[in-house]
Design a binder for this molecule. Structure first.
Ligand code: ADP
Length: 333
């Protein structure tokens, strides 16, 4: 049997608790010891940890956030921190560490691996789904649902007042959340990093489309989904520019951190549980320096470095669907 540790790091995501639970249950069943470090890599540096067992993870599968807390840890990039963390893990005689987080957390895991002889396993946990090598990350499905229910509500009020609404969703530098939320929310236009050319072209295209939309549907609502960190001068400047272009009211709505919260949907719970179980299995097989994830229905192991060396693309199917249903509808006869 092994001594295994787990931590959650970086931006939190719904389903992290479900993942912790699965790891604990799988470890207990196989006779491994399992401990949890608190506050991401900070807990590793400060020896802030607690023993976990299945009683302690009872009734958490449905909870958002993470019982181990998450955090950024700026100093972890330093060699001294990597060394300190390695010493602390050795002191506790830990054989393997599971890191649930995004690509920043994976970089941290690889950094630790330079100083520590134990096994390091990453599990993708972020609402942005921006990690190469996996189909979905823990938290992504819930964040889509949260954004979509907000868009549904925005449409009700937008219809009542015949306005244009601009809804900003998260995604960091990737358009997965924006694309999915825009499609599932039946938005009219989406502005994503992957489709972005330059501000002027986007403004021109929206201006044209809104004109066509008004001819066809009268002054019914028009909803634009925007990915965060993309519009050069910010969402308010974009709203103002669009007011001038469309001669109408444009209301910006920033969904913000509500997208990180909430009870995980079943898809995230199932993904989190699958990955937690598989992480323990990979540790038993002696694996090290890998992300455990699912791709095309199968469990895959991807070298941690690869997860940030390659850029995950939206894919042809999703892109084609978006262009057909959203941004290029004006090409229809
Ligand atoms: P996410 O995991 O969601 O991408 P961050 O990018 O904030 O979140 O990264 C989480 C933490 O991972 C950072 O606060 C830091 O402790 C650690 N980390 C990120 N990049 C590195 C790096 N290059 N070397 C060591 N640790 C890193």
């Amino acid at each position: 049997s092994k001594r295994i540790a787990v931590l959650t790091s970086g931006g939190d995501a719904p389903g992290m608790n479900a993942c912790i639970r699965a790891i604990v249950v799988a470890c207990e069943g196989a006779g491994h010891t399992i401990i949890g470090f608190e506050h991401g890599y900070n807990g590793l540096l400060e020896q802030n940890w607690r023993k976990l067992d299945s009683k302690k993870v009872h009734n958490i599968i449905q909870r958002g956030g993470t019982i181990l807390r998450s955090a950024r840890c700026k100093t972890f990039k330093q060699d001294a921190s990597g060394q300190l963390a390695a010493n602390n893990l050795d002191e506790l005689a830990i054989d393997a560490l599971i890191v649930i987080g995004g690509d920043g957390s994976f970089r941290g895991a690889v950094h630790l691996g330079k100083f520590w002889g134990g096994q390091v396993i990453g599990l993708p946990g972020t609402i942005d789904n921006d990690i190469y090598g996996c189909d979905a990350t823990i938290g992504y499905y819930t964040a889509i649902d949260t954004a979509v229910s907000s868009i549904d509500k925005v449409r009700d009020t937008a219809d009542a007042f015949e306005r244009i609404f601009l809804v900003e969703v998260m995604g960091r530098h990737a358009g997965f959340l924006g694309a999915s939320a825009a499609l599932a929310g039946a938005a009219n236009y989406v502005i994503l990093p992957e489709l972005f050319t330059d501000p002027e072209s986007v403004l021109n295209e929206i201006q044209q489309q809104v004109a066509i939309h008004r001819q066809r549907y009268g002054h019914e609502s028009y909803i634009i989904v925007l990915t965060e960190n993309l519009w050069p001068s910010g969402i308010n400047a974009l709203a103002e520019a669009l007011e001038t272009r469309t001669d109408g009211e444009v209301r910006p709505v920033i969904l913000g951190h509500v997208q990180r919260g909430g009870s995980p949907v079943s898809q995230d719970r199932i993904l989190a549980t699958t990955l937690g179980v598989q992480a323990v299995r990979s540790i038993e097989q002696g694996k090290n320096g890998i992300m455990v994830a699912t791709a095309q229905g199968d469990v895959v192991e991807v070298a941690l470095e690869e997860t940030w060396q390659h850029k995950k693309t939206l894919g042809n199917t999703l892109t084609h669907c978006m262009l057909t249903m959203l941004n290029e509808r004006h090409h229809w006869p």
